[in-house]
Design a protein around this ligand. Structure first.
Ligand SMILES: Cc1cc2nc3c(=O)[nH]c(=O)nc-3n(C[C@H](O)[C@H](O)[C@H](O)COP(=O)(O)OP(=O)(O)OC[C@H]3O[C@@H](n4cnc5c(N)ncnc54)[C@H](O)[C@@H]3O)c2cc1C
Length: 493
């Protein structure tokens, strides 16, 4: 029997797994998908929010501010890209200046440090590409940007290296209460755990309802984005938000940790928890709204678009509690924005909660750091030469847009919680993230995956279980192969 089963390997589940791996606990992290972070964690704004948005006294406010403060150490330990670049909320008139003042006061109540309201001249001196119509901005110095899936993957890898078992492609279909814990049904299999933590994102209500009376609903709210080429990555230096409205924080313009520009999201309430498609309407909306903050957003440099689904709870706040009806079962549900920022602090809180129920012993040998991650192109010439000497695969460039080597790709496949899919490799090492979006390197990445995983190339998937890229040889190739075989056979005779 496991001590703890965590359902959902997004940022909530992976941070909890890592926190739990500091203790002598037999734990398992379960996800239905082919990779860590394939839910909301892979598609969001990637902002480490300062914490002035959430209503004072809510769990969102508390964990946002606590989580934000943990990012420097966490990202250093896990070698995850994080930049504390600061954020602006910009105002265009006196009415909006009042909103800035309200946000500032909310921030003070929430315990946000280093905020100030600055005038137009100061805003434009720091961000010359913003609209000259701006009259002022709330400047929060603790705002930042992070690699969201990189953080979840790194936390999972570190948790696995510290003893947590990871089970992917394992959809939880039912949970039953048993003597001393819970029986979790995964497709045809089952496993038992004393304690269960429900981090199932959009499906957290369904997992909750397997053991208790329905008490909340998760409503999907879609947000769409454009990503721009690195050539325009320095269009802004900070995260730039408009004043918030009833649908949230509005359309932001921000750099990414990898040097691209990000614009989005809109906010669209849907019924479908799988509606991850982008739409002309959504992308037009973000275009129209972003130019209010920055007139000259370089739309000719867009390289891709994507959508994410917020897991919006009908209760209005994060739901983090042990169920009265099901002791030892903890919901970590309704983790919409600022869930990415809050996750490290939520993890500490949940593990403290478990400590009170289960009283686990701290490990002496917890290793907080990940094995070194090599970014070949960031090395000096001497280091590059030494690396190639040690492993010639670092001398072969596979992705020409991002300059990613075969050595880096093999490394991310071979790590704990390593990549198993083309997008899994892309999220970890970035081949396919550049201007050509995998047009050139995609087939080479597939070959490497097939070779390293010892599978046929037709078995390599893009992302989810059924997303096959190749279905078999083309007619011409099959005929060619037959001809070659018959030529070979006739030579043998
Ligand atoms: C448009 C948008 C913008 C956002 N911007 C920000 C931002 O800038 N900053 C910020 O702090 N937050 C932001 N957020 C919020 C943040 O992305 C989320 O709070 C966070 O990613 C939630 O993580 P999670 O682990 O709770 O859920 P998820 O990442 O969704 O993980 C849940 C996991 O559970 C798994 N699962 C579900 N059902 C089952 C089952 N039956 N069996 C097994 N596994 C299952 C899923 O496969 C999934 O991997 C944004 C969200 C969106 C959508």
């Amino acid at each position: 029997m496991y001590d703890v089963a965590i359902i959902g390997a997004g940022i909530s589940g992976t941070c909890i797994a890592r926190e739990l791996s500091k203790y002598n606990v037999k734990a398992v992290l379960i996800d239905k998908d082919t990779d860590i972070s394939n839910g909301t964690t892979k598609a969001n704004s990637a902002i480490v929010h300062a914490g002035y948005d959430a209503k004072p006294g809510t769990l969102k406010a508390k964990f946002n501010v606590l989580g934000n403060a943990m990012f420097d150490q966490l990202c250093e330990e896990l070698q995850v890209p994080f930049k504390r670049i600061g954020s602006f909320v910009v105002a265009f008139n006196e009415e909006e200046m009042k909103t800035l003042q309200e946000l500032y006061e909310k921030g003070l109540k929430n315990g946000v440090p280093d905020m100030e309201i600055i005038p137009r001249e100061q805003v434009l001196a720091m961000e010359p590409n913003l609209s000259p119509e701006i009259v002022g901005a709330l400047y929060a110095k603790t705002g930042g940007i992070v690699g969201p899936w990189e953080l979840a993957i790194a936390a999972a890898e570190n948790a696995a290296d510290n003893g947590v078992e990871i089970r992917l492609e394992s959809q939880v279909t039912n949970i039953e209460k048993i003597e001393g814990g819970y029986r979790i049904f995964i497709d045809e299999e089952q496993l038992d755990a004393k304690y269960v933590i429900n981090c199932a994102g959009l499906y957290a209500d369904e997992i909750h309802n397997m053991v208790a009376t329905p008490s909340f609903k998760i409503l999907p709210r879609r947000g769409q984005y454009n990503i721009f080429d690195k050539s325009v990555g320095n269009f802004v230096n900070k995260v730039v938000f408009p004043c918030p409205n009833e649908f949230g924080k509005g359309v932001l313009v921000a750099p990414t940790v990898h040097g691209n520009l990000l614009v989005g999201p809109d906010a669209e309430d849907l019924d479908d928890k799988k509606a991850l498609n982008t739409t002309i309407k959504g992308l037009s909306f973000i275009r129209e709204h972003s130019v209010r903050s920055a007139e000259k957003v370089p739309f000719n440099a867009i390289i891709t678009a994507f959508a994410g689904l917020r897991a919006r709870p009908n209760t209005g706040d994060f739901i983090i509690e042990e169920l009265q009806e099901a002791k030892g079962f903890i919901d970590v549900a309704g983790i919409e924005s600022p869930g990415l920022t809050a996750a490290p602090a939520i993890a500490v809180y949940v593990v403290e909660m478990l400590q009170q129920i289960g009283s686990f012993e701290k490990k002496n040998d917890f290793n907080p750091t990940r094995r070194d991650v090599v970014h070949f192109m960031d090395l000096s010439n001497e280091e590059k030469a030494a690396m190639i000497q040690k492993d010639p695969r670092y001398g072969r460039i596979i992705c020409r847009c991002e300059n990613i080597t075969e050595g880096e790709i093999v490394d991310v496949i071979k790590r704990s919680a390593g990549a198993r899919t083309v997008d899994g490799v892309k999220r970890r090492a970035r081949p396919g993230s550049g201007r050509c979006q995998g047009g050139f390197c995609g087939p080479r990445v597939m070959e490497i995956l097939a070779r390293e995983m010892n599978i046929e190339i037709v078995e390599v998937v893009k992302d989810s279980r059924a997303s096959y890229i190749l279905t078999g040889p083309t007619k011409e190739a099959a005929i060619l192969e037959e001809t070659m075989e018959s030529v070979a056979a006739s030579k043998e005779q």
